[in-house]
Design a protein around this ligand. Sequence first.
Ligand SMILES: NC(=O)c1ccc[n+]([C@@H]2O[C@H](COP(=O)([O-])OP(=O)(O)OC[C@H]3O[C@@H](n4cnc5c(N)ncnc54)[C@H](O)[C@@H]3O)[C@@H](O)[C@H]2O)c1
Length: 339
Amino acid sequence: MKAAILGTGAWASAFGRHLCHKWERVVLWGVKPEQVDSINQTGTNPAFLPGILLPPNLRATLDLDDCLSHADVVFSVVPSQVVREVMAKVAASEALPRGVPVINLAKGFEVKTLERLSQVIDEELARSGRRAEHPVGVLLGPSHAEEVALELPTAVVLSGQPGGDWSHWQTWISGPFFRVYTNADMTGVEIATGFKNIIALAVGMADGLGTGDNTRGTIMTRGMVELSRLGCALGGRPETFSGLAGFGDMITTCISRHSRNRNFGQAVTEGTEGPQKLLERQVQVVEGVYMTQAALKLSEKHGIELPITKQVHDVLFSGKPPRQAMRELMERQLRPELE
Ligand SMILES: NC(=O)c1ccc[n+]([C@@H]2O[C@H](COP(=O)([O-])OP(=O)(O)OC[C@H]3O[C@@H](n4cnc5c(N)ncnc54)[C@H](O)[C@@H]3O)[C@@H](O)[C@H]2O)c1
């Protein structure tokens, strides 16, 4: 089996490393020559996945056609806000083999259109007249690259459009330390895995204030309420939010030292620079920041209250001090838990 992987960042490298155990050809496509050269020449990707040795059969290229040619499946592992521009290139490429599925591994929504990334990919395939040929799927869940690269047991969810042979790909992508479940609710899976990054930012901001485990548990749980409210309004199934893409990814992201979003939230609270300055210096993508903007617009559109999301947004974009945000959350009107 042959894989084309778009991206040469942390997740593309760790996922590619995993596939190399049983796939015949795995090629990463990148736009940064230093990343591509490092993977090919030293078998490492120090800026994105430090301390990890990549297998000799994991190859990287700057040539998109080289990556796509002969692929049995395309995995998109670039940040959410560039998925459209990357997919436009892929869909226009003569080298994209007919009929291969395109599976997205990025977490989030496109902010300017408020679309899920599977919708963005589908649109770009349609623009090149190739929609009917390529089933679109997503592979998402609690899967820190740093841990997958160390072959620590991990489970994720594969979900896709009707017509794709997803159980076939479930078998091919699974391995001894990487277990893949299928879930027909692609909408719910995408919403849950994108939204939880906002809550991880909130947990990080709270951690930076020196709050405790009670606070963490509360933010995660009330965050799940917000996620489920928005997710159900957008067509996701409630059961999905209790699964790996929901609670699973929420817990992992909010408690992990590897979580970029949690760590960024903490840096915002503890730092002297504002969030925007911190973001400019960030080498790797912090998806929760963009997702906060998308979720707030969606909440306004659908008339849904997202109090934690709103406070995270105000800290990131309106200069509200995190301590004030926390106080305002605690002083909201008292209400029954289940309503
Ligand atoms: N890192 C993880 O543990 C992890 C796990 C699961 C899912 N994800 C998701 O995967 C996505 C990628 O995350 P990551 O951690 O690999 O990010 P990263 O910042 O480590 O890497 C991003 C990659 O995208 C490339 N890129 C950026 N802009 C581009 C453009 N315009 N055209 C082509 N390539 C471009 C960069 O060069 C880099 O190779 C995110 O949505 C993230 O939420 C990450």
